[in-house]
Each structure stands twice: as structure tokens, then as C-alpha cells.
Write a new protein. Structure first.
Lengths: 310, 306
């Protein structure tokens, strides 16, 4: 039995010194982690708005120099890039809307006791999470279905996602069954119940799925690489990848198109390989950063449901 | 009574018809591509359709082990795959430790800030990661500029177009992108630890490190175990995009992992059939790995994870 004698306070002192050292080290280490994650984005951003002849030589490190925003206007004048922006937005909007609707509907239908072969078809869908034919068989399939060089090649393969169906089914099951029963007594059919009652009730999980699906569509790169040879269907991600590897040849294109390169034009605003790369990177990353705060509210919950079911 | 029964049957079929189009999508995009595995037994040259006179049996599988150039190539690809997966496995504890010490930070504001910014990279694509790598590590990028102005070296170092430490660099990028995200699971598990246990330990005079070592980490072990098992099950699947975007003429020999090799074979000189054969071989080994790890999990935890 160690009473509150003389030893206890000294012991406490010792702990608090150890504590302070731990505190100090954790603060330093985690500040470093945070810096490593934030600085690259900041670095690219300040470079995209600084004088292009400085950014090209790596002179912009901590704060922007000679701020100007002409890079953004000029880069969007590249027809290929503006077109890619349209393709990316289109596939994100169409893909997200369809994924959310289809997941919600399938998730709801798989809770209907009356559905013919309910358990079998549910497994039929869920099992596909665990196997994958590989990219070449998938590519040959897409060729056979005439989905190469076709906008719908971005959409149809990904709109029924077993994981989202499971999420929706779990969520529907957690809502009171009386909701559906009451509507059925009032004479509502399967579809009416879905659209009028279920859709509004399961909105929270649909919001989560919408954000995940939208980010997946926006970030998608591999499908463009495999399926699309028609440059009209290139996405922003794909064009950015091309620009990183061949920005030098692009420089001339922008400067000619935007007319900033007559002799009088200032070097600070003429496009360089670096300025194009940095500017396009910021354009591609901005939507993610904008939806990210919404994500944070959802993802812990989403992961927890997944962990329970997965 | 019979009328009611019939009504029920009709309704049950009608509901099936509602979901039929979606089942068709699943069948087309998840099941139908499996037939592509047949291409491994044919000499397939697109765009001609598959015909029986092009049937070659196990020729491609024999090529994999008989043709000296192919064997050397496959061995180097396996070496890269094993090295990169091995490094990931060896450092798989990192997100757990990251979460444990993040939890030790007293200031909620700072904790939240760190968690927010370290999770963000998970949501950007590999193309963007590569773009960031290019910006920060190119010859006029931030790292070279700072290092030169500090006098660490005089000539800009080439980080991306070289095969030096490439396996470790790939792990670093993977960690930069995913560690914060992977930590969320552990943070949730830490939050679920019984508060009384920790209070009791404190009353007994346990220091923070002791509490971490004897309470926090043991209670995270079940989660960590699952992660290690999943890592083992996916040992041959490093993914494709990361290595595709980071590959170049200088590092190709050391960065080409199985997933990338399958793609490069098909698009390059190997042809579709050989590529499918390699990917089949990979799938078969992966299934075995999955069964083994699932078995281990059943032995240790009493239930598997499939």
C-alpha cells in the first residue's frame, strides 16, 4: 500500500518530464507529417500563380512572387484541355447519379422478402467483389461490346458496385419495417415505396455513396488508358498525365493559341512547361479538395459499416 | 386463397424483372470477361475472332518456363513484386503506430488538423501523386532547390528518372498516400478501448508508454492481424496505376511488377495470349494465398475473413 507519502509527488514529477518529452517528440513528428502532406499542394499552387520565368527555374518556394492568374485563363484556352474538362465533368455527373440510383434500388430490392430468388441473386452480385478477370480479358470484353472509344465505356462497367449495394441493403434493413408495411396497406406498389418512401429515408447513405462514386469517377485513369484512343474522349487525369510527360511540346501550342508570345509580351506570363503542369494539376485537384470536408463527415461511418459487413 | 397465392407469385416475378437489367450488367461486366481466360490457350491476334485452328494448348504456359528471355523477365518481375510487397509487409505496422501516437496528442485542434491533412492524399489519383512528385523532385523542384541552396550538394539530383532505391521510394509514395487513411481504422479501435482499463492502469501508476505497450497496442492486435493477412493474400497484387505512372526508361527494370507486366506484355511485344497466361498464373497463386491466409485466420481467430 503506497499512501500519499513523500514519494508520490516525486514520482509524478518524473512521469511529467517523460510526458513532456513524449509530447515534444510527437508534436515535432506529426508537424513534419502534416507539412509533408500539405506543402506539395501549397508549393504547386503558389507556383501556378507566380511569374512563369521564376517558377520554371524553381525560384518560388514559400510564397508567390509577382502574382498573376493568366495561367488559368491561358491553359483553359487549349482546346484539348477544355474538352477533357467537359468529359471529366460529364462522366462524374452521369456516373454518380446512376451509381447512386442503382445501388439504392438494388439495395432496397434485396430486402424484399417477396423477390424471387432473393438470396441467390444477392450472392450473385456480392461475390463479384472477390474475383476479377484481369485487365486484358476486361479490355477484350469492352472491345466486343463496342465500348471502346465510347463515352458509355466510362459508365456501364462501374454503375453496379456490389459494395455500395451491400451498404444500401444494410441501411434499408436498419429502417423500421413499419414504414413499408404502412405504405403497402395504403396500396403502394414496390416502385412507389422505393421512390416515395425509401429514397428520402436512406439519403444519408446515398450521400456517402455519391461522394465516393464521384471521386472514383473523377480520379479514374486506367479506363481511359485502356479504352480510349479518340482524343475527344480523354479525361483530365489522362491529359494531365500526357502533359507531365510532354509539356515541352505543349508550350508552343498554348503560347501561339493565346497570342501572349509576341515580342513585347512579358516573360513572366509566357507559358512554360512548368507553368502548364502546375496549373493543370491545381485544376484537377481542386474539386477533390472542395468535396473533402464533406467526406470527413461520412467516411468514418462508411468504413465502420463496411468493417461490420466486410 | 389460391388467388392470393397467385398474386404473390406474380408480384415476386415482377420484382425479379425490375432487378433483371442490373443483374445483366453484373453478368456482362463481372462474369462474362472470365471467358477471356480461354485466350491463354489460343494464339490470339486482335482484331480477328477466336477460331479453333488457333488453339495452342499450354504453349504460352510453356513459354513462360522454357524461353530463356521470358524466364529472366518473369523472374525480374517476380523479384520486384516480392520486394515491393515485402517492404509493405515489413512496414505494415506503421499506420497503427501512427494512430497510437496521434491519439496521445492532447490538443484536439492539432490532432484533427493532422488527421485531416494526412488523410487527404488518399483521395487524389496516382496521376496527381506523380504530378506532385514531378513538381517537388524534378531538377528545378523544391527539394533540389532547397538542398542546393543549403549547400548539401551542388548539382541537382535525379530522383524520378533513376532506379536507385526505387522499391523503397514506391513504398514511401504509397505510405504518403494511404497511411492517414489506414490509420482511421485503428483510431476507431482505440476509441473503443474501455476507458476504465486505462484509468485503472493510471491509478496503479503506469506511465503513458506502459499504457500504450500493455493496453493500447494489444487491443489493436486483432485489427493488425487482419491487415497482415490481407497483405499476404494480396502479395502478388501491387496494383497497376502507381507503377504505370512512375515507370520510365531508367527504372523500368526494377519497377515492373506483375500487374504492370501483364499490361506491358499485352500492349508491347508479348501479345494478348501470353499476357492472359501470366495473369491467370497470378490469379491461381493469389487464390491459393487467399485460402492459406484465410485458413491461418480461422486457426488463430476462430473465423476467416472471406
Amino acid at each position: 500500500m503506497r499512501g500519499p507519502g513523500k514519494k508520490a509527488p516525486r514520482h509524478k514529477m518524473k512521469v511529467s518530464i517523460g510526458d513532456r518529452i513524449i509530447n515534444f517528440i510527437t508534436y515535432v513528428v506529426y508537424s513534419f507529417f502534416a507539412f509533408v502532406c500539405v506543402y506539395p499542394f501549397y508549393y504547386i499552387f503558389i507556383n501556378s500563380i507566380s511569374a512563369n520565368n521564376l517558377s520554371e527555374k524553381g525560384k518560388v518556394l514559400f510564397w508567390p512572387k509577382q502574382i498573376h492568374f493568366t495561367n488559368y485563363a491561358n491553359v483553359l484556352k487549349i482546346p484539348a484541355l477544355f474538352n477533357a474538362l467537359k468529359v471529366s465533368v460529364a462522366r462524374t455527373v452521369v456516373g454518380t447519379v446512376l451509381t447512386v440510383l442503382f445501388s439504392a434500388f438494388l439495395g432496397y430490392m434485396f430486402t424484399r422478402e417477396t423477390l424471387w430468388g432473393r438470396k441467390f441473386w444477392y450472392r450473385f452480385v456480392v461475390v463479384t467483389m472477390y474475383f476479377n478477370a484481369g485487365i486484358i480479358p476486361w479490355f477484350i470484353t469492352m472491345m466486343n461490346l463496342r465500348l471502346t472509344n465510347n463515352f458509355w465505356g466510362y459508365i456501364w462497367p462501374v454503375v453496379v458496385q456490389p459494395f455500395y449495394v451491400v451498404l444500401c441493403k444494410t441501411y434499408v434493413e436498419s429502417t423500421p419495417i413499419e414504414l413499408q408495411e404502412a405504405a403497402e396497406i395504403d396500396g403502394a406498389g414496390t416502385l412507389t415505396i422505393f421512390f416515395r418512401i425509401m429514397l428520402p429515408v436512406i439519403k444519408p447513405i446515398l450521400a456517402t455513396i455519391a461522394i465516393f462514386a464521384a471521386v472514383a469517377q473523377w480520379n479514374s485513369f486506367q479506363d481511359t488508358l485502356l479504352l480510349m484512343t479518340d482524343s475527344k474522349l480523354y479525361t483530365l487525369q489522362f491529359v494531365l498525365y500526357q502533359y507531365i510527360n510532354q509539356a515541352n511540346s505543349l508550350r508552343g501550342l498554348v503560347n501561339n493559341a493565346s497570342g501572349t508570345v509576341d515580342i513585347a509580351a512579358s516573360l513572366a506570363k509566357a507559358q512554360t512547361a512548368t507553368s502548364i503542369r502546375m496549373t493543370v494539376t491545381i485544376i484537377v485537384v481542386t474539386p477533390i479538395i472542395l468535396v473533402y470536408p464533406m467526406f470527413q463527415r461520412f467516411f468514418v461511418k462508411g468504413i465502420m459499416i463496411g468493417a461490420v459487413k466486410g | 386463397m389460391k388467388l392470393l397465392e397467385n398474386k404473390r407469385k406474380i408480384r415476386s416475378l415482377r420484382e425479379f424483372l425490375y432487378i433483371l437489367p442490373f443483374l445483366a450488367l453484373v453478368a456482362i461486366f463481372s462474369y462474362y470477361p472470365l471467358y477471356g481466360w480461354f485466350y491463354a490457350f489460343f494464339d490470339y491476334k486482335p482484331p480477328f475472332p477466336l477460331t479453333w485452328d488457333r488453339f495452342v494448348g499450354f504453349k504460352w504456359f510453356q513459354t513462360m518456363v522454357a524461353n530463356k528471355v521470358r524466364v529472366a523477365q518473369l523472374l525480374s518481375v517476380l523479384r520486384n513484386t516480392f520486394a515491393i510487397s515485402g517492404i509493405s509487409l515489413a512496414f505494415s505496422w506503421f499506420p497503427m503506430i501512427f494512430a497510437v501516437f496521434l491519439n496521445e496528442i492532447r490538443s484536439t485542434g492539432f490532432k484533427k488538423f493532422v488527421q485531416t491533412v494526412t488523410t487527404l492524399p488518399h483521395f487524389i489519383s496516382w496521376v496527381l501523386v506523380y504530378s506532385i512528385a514531378f513538381a517537388v523532385f524534378s531538377s528545378t523542384g523544391a527539394v533540389n532547390t532547397v538542398a542546393i541552396s543549403l549547400g548539401l550538394y551542388n548539382e541537382p539530383k535525379i530522383f524520378l528518372a533513376s532506379s536507385e532505391h526505387i522499391w523503397f521510394k514506391m513504398w514511401l509514395w504509397l505510405t504518403w498516400k494511404n497511411a492517414g487513411w489506414a490509420a482511421i481504422m485503428y483510431i476507431a479501435a482505440i476509441a473503443a478501448i474501455d476507458e476504465e482499463l486505462i484509468t485503472a492502469a493510471k491509478v496503479d501508476g503506469a506511465s503513458r508508454m506502459r499504457i500504450i505497450w500493455h493496453i493500447t497496442i494489444p487491443s489493436l492486435m486483432p485489427t493488425y492481424f487482419v491487415i497482415v493477412m490481407l497483405n499476404l493474400a494480396n502479395f502478388l497484387s501491387n496494383g497497376f496505376e502507381q507503377f504505370y505512372v512512375f515507370q520510365n526508361a531508367f527504372n523500368k527494370e526494377y519497377i515492373q511488377v506483375l500487374d504492370l507486366y501483364v499490361y506491358n506484355l499485352a500492349m508491347g511485344n508479348g501479345g494478348y495470349s501470353l499476357s492472359v497466361a501470366v495473369s491467370m498464373f497470378k490469379s491461381l497463386v493469389s487464390v491459393v494465398l487467399l485460402c492459406v491466409t484465410n485458413g491461418i485466420s480461422k486457426l488463430v481467430r476462430g473465423h476467416g475473413f472471406i
